[in-house]
Every structure is written in C-alpha cells, then in structure tokens.
Design a protein around this ligand. Structure first.
Ligand code: CU
Length: 233
C-alpha cells in the first residue's frame, strides 16, 4: 500500500511538471544581446536569464517606451559575473500571453539593441526590430529592486547556444530523472517493505523459537521414534 501511494505521488508530480516549459536566455554572452531574443511561451512557463560578464539586467518596459522600466514590471536588477554565467540567475514566470518586452538597463546596452521579447504580437508593427530601432539613443536604466521574478542559484544551461533546444533537452533530462526518481522511490518503498517483512519474519521466528522452543523438536521425535524403532529392531 505504501509503495503504491509513493509511486502515484511521484507519477502525479511528473505529470504536473510536464506541462510547464522552461526557457533559457543568455544575457551578454555575445556582446549586447539576449539569446534567444524571441520566445513563445505559455502561461505558467518559466524564463531563466543567465548573466555573462558586463553587469546586465533583464528589465521590462512597454513597447512604446523602450529602455525605460515599466511600472510594476519585471526586473532583475544588475547581475554581474567575473567569467561565464553568474552564480545567480533571474527566473520569472510567464503570467499571460501578452507581449513581454525585456531590455538590459545597463547604460548604453539597450541603445545598442540589448533586448528580447516574450510572446511578440503575431502581426503588426510591434516587432523586436522596431523596438530596437526605437531604442537607439536611449540611455537606459533599471530599478535596483528585484520584481516580477526571483534571483536564484544559477542552473547552468548548455554552453554555446543556450537556446530553446538545450532547454528542451534539459526538460527531457529532468523528466527522465523524475521517472528515475519514481522508479527509485518505488524500488526504495518495496525494499523497505521487503526489509520490513524480512525483519518481521526472523523476529517472529526467533520469538516463536524462544516461546515454543520444544515444538520444532516434536517432528524430530516423531521421526526419531520410528528410526530408533527400526535401529533397535
Ligand atoms: Cu547589458
């Protein structure tokens, strides 16, 4: 019973975690850019921004006011790294399918085109290219307070591309390890159960030996009886 409960709990967690996707964005790995710079995400998906050296931010603006923090918007604050990805990453949840325009608030970075968009409009002139074009000449700034997401210990995404395909394989790996965990806990549970009953059996056998010690001797006597009779006949 216990092993079934554990197994169904593990499978339940596996099923629910399967719906949400995680997207990895690299900030400043190759100059003033976010890679990838366009993400199509569903509500409940997560975007993890990994920061390379240069002192970058991931900050939300409106489309109409690029490089300027949107009131109540998403903001990582400045995250720096000495080499490679910073020890902290900025993780935010996609709460709607409305476009999320993100830029880097370090001075000059947004003007240089350092921006990305989550769920860009399917049509019309509100494109990332238009946003970046309107960014030129803006000084760019970002609040220091983190909002709309959290800074958490960085989970390194694949070096090199850091695109959605690596995050897909990342999720697949996670799913695999979840199923391993499910198998593992099922195995652990049955081991525990087996161990438990194994412990019970010698325990009760031992106690019955102690309490009814002479009982096992009875068959021997019954066997010994005829044997002795045969021997002495
Ligand atoms: Cu930057």
């Amino acid at each position: 019973m216990r092993s079934h409960a554990l197994l169904s709990l593990s499978l339940g967690a596996l099923a629910s975690s399967g719906h949400a996707a995680t997207f990895d964005v690299d900030a400043g790995e190759h100059g003033f850019s976010f890679e990838p710079d366009t993400i199509t995400a569903a509500v409940g998906d997560t975007v993890n921004v990994h920061f390379y050296p240069g002192g970058h931010t991931a900050t939300q603006s409106t489309f109409d006011d690029p490089c300027f923090p949107m009131s109540g918007g998403i903001n990582s604050g400045v995250v720096n790294s000495n080499s490679g990805q910073a020890s902290m990453m900025f993780s935010f949840r996609v709460n709607s399918t409305d476009p999320i325009w993100m830029y880097c608030g370090a001075p000059g970075h947004c003007a240089a085109g350092m921006a990305f968009v989550v769920n860009p409009p399917a049509s019309g002139g509100s494109t990332l290219a238009a946003y970046q074009s309107a960014s030129s000449g803006k000084s760019g700034s970002a609040p220091s307070a983190v909002s709309g997401g959290v800074l958490v210990a960085n989970v390194e995404n694949d070096e090199g591309d850091g695109d959605n395909s690596s995050s897909a394989s990342g999720s697949a790996t996670a799913a695999q390890s979840s199923s391993t965990t499910a198998t593992g806990s099922a195995a652990a549970a049955s081991t525990t159960t087996a161990g438990g009953s194994t412990t019970d059996t010698p325990g009760s056998a031992a106690s019955s030996n102690l309490k009814v010690g002479p009982a096992p001797l009875l068959p021997l006597l019954l066997l010994a009886g005829p044997a002795a009779a045969w021997m002495f006949s």
